[in-house]
Design a protein. Structure first.
Length: 408
């Protein structure tokens, strides 16, 4: 399928605006990284505790930040998600696993004290586990004459918590639990007496990564990216010429640097999902570049006397339909992930959105010009070499030294 037939756009004529834009984006990203002391790594790489709290209404960010700053040794990071949800992400750093576990409990206790009612002695049903709920219900159910064994109480509590979590983890009213199989009006009355509903939930979405594990994952992520680039360089070196491999790797490295730089400018975290997106971007951009290079090689075999700049332009025009369909459909997919994928896929989809835009034009306006510049420089060098040799003055052959004694 061809969207464009017999196109003859002079792409390389407009290479300099794109090259200048790439230089500006790369320089801006590097400056931003330098000012921020490097990328803003997520909990997976630097170690720490990450908790997601969900509120019934818009989260009071400043109240949360103020309350946690008074109880934690180091200021926490508190931020909302950009998808319009009532969720807030709370992050804390720690030097060891003991500190991280302590910070976790401090955050839970602070949220309960600030937004809950622990002083009443009741159980917070929106943040309770199945075991906590079973322990709280066992005696009141027995006193009320509800004939349930310990195992049946455990099963019922687990069923209540599972029903709550399937509906977002937040209950607006305890009466909603009447829909749970096995929950009678008498059990609902006991739940109203023994529990209450805080306007948030946070106990289930918690990640803790030790600093040592985070450092190891950061090193492995960098190694994986560099090894991917090195492997592709070797592959293109053997399949084409070495300059094609260099051009392709520089273009992919350019895509990666700009994407990471934009993450730094936008103050976004580099997480494991972002690294996965970067590795996906490396393969995607490299494949796009190889398609163009392969068409350049075929056209060079067909007409060796044609100028290289014309061959490159013709090759890009011939692969234009493929590039637009592949990049366009992929771009629409990742935009949908970015808009509707939720906070878990936000970093992954953002990296792909930025990377596809940069990677699509780099195959044409970065990788191809590198090959063109190299061949133009090599041809100019070959032409100047014979002229320099022709203009060099002739040197008389050296005479053999004369043996004076023999001549005498």
């Amino acid at each position: 399928m061809e969207l464009f037939k017999q196109t003859n756009f002079d792409f390389l004529r407009h290479k300099w605006p794109f090259i200048i834009a790439s230089l500006i984006l790369s320089a801006g990203g590097i400056v931003s990284l330098a000012l921020h002391g490097g990328p803003r790594y997520g909990i997976e790489f630097k170690g720490g505790m990450l908790m997601t709290a969900r509120f019934q209404s818009t989260p009071p960010i400043e109240e949360i930040r103020s309350a946690l700053s008074k109880t934690l040794a180091n200021p926490p990071s508190v931020q909302t998600f950009e998808n319009g949800s009532n969720e807030v992400e709370i992050g804390t750093e720690g030097a060891d696993d003991v500190t991280l576990a302590k910070n976790r409990q401090i955050v839970l206790d602070t949220l309960a004290k600030t937004f809950g009612h622990p002083e009443t002695g009741k159980l917070d049903l929106n943040n309770a586990s199945g075991g906590q709920l079973a322990d709280r219900l066992r005696d009141p159910l027995q006193k009320a004459g509800v004939q349930l064994s310990d195992q049946q109480v455990n099963d019922l509590s687990t069923q209540i918590v599972a029903w709550r979590d399937q509906r977002g983890g937040l209950l607006n009213s305890i009466d909603q639990l009447r829909a749970v199989p096995g929950v009678t009006q008498q059990i609902v009355s006991i739940l109203n007496q023994e529990s209450y509903l805080a306007p948030y939930t946070a106990a289930r979405n918690i990640e803790i990564v030790g600093p040592k594990v985070g450092a190891e994952q950061r090193t492995q992520a960098i190694q994986a990216t560099l090894l991917a680039l090195a492997g592709m360089l070797v592959y293109i070196w053997f399949r084409f010429e070495w300059i094609y491999g260099v051009g392709a790797v520089i273009a992919v490295f350019h895509d990666t640097i700009i994407t990471i730089g934009l993450f730094s400018i936008l103050n976004k975290e580099i997480t494991l999902t972002v690294i996965a997106a970067l590795l996906t971007l490396v393969g995607y951009s490299m494949n796009d570049t190889i398609v163009i290079f392969d068409r350049i090689r075929e056209n060079l075999h067909l007409n060796r006397r044609e100028r290289l700049v014309d061959v490159i332009n013709r090759s890009v025009n011939q692969t234009l339909s493929r590039t637009v369909m592949t990049s366009g459909l992929t771009f629409l997919t990742v935009v949908a992930l970015f808009l509707f994928g939720g906070p878990v896929l936000h970093g992954f989809s953002l990296a792909l959105v930025l990377g596809i835009i940069v990677g699509t034009y780099s195959s044409v306006f970065v990788a191809s010009p590198i090959v063109l510049f190299w061949h133009d420089w090599a041809d100019a060098r070959k032409k100047t070499a014979p002229s320099a040799a022709a203009s060099r003055p002739a040197v008389a052959p050296a005479k053999a030294p004369v043996d004076k004694k023999r001549s005498a």
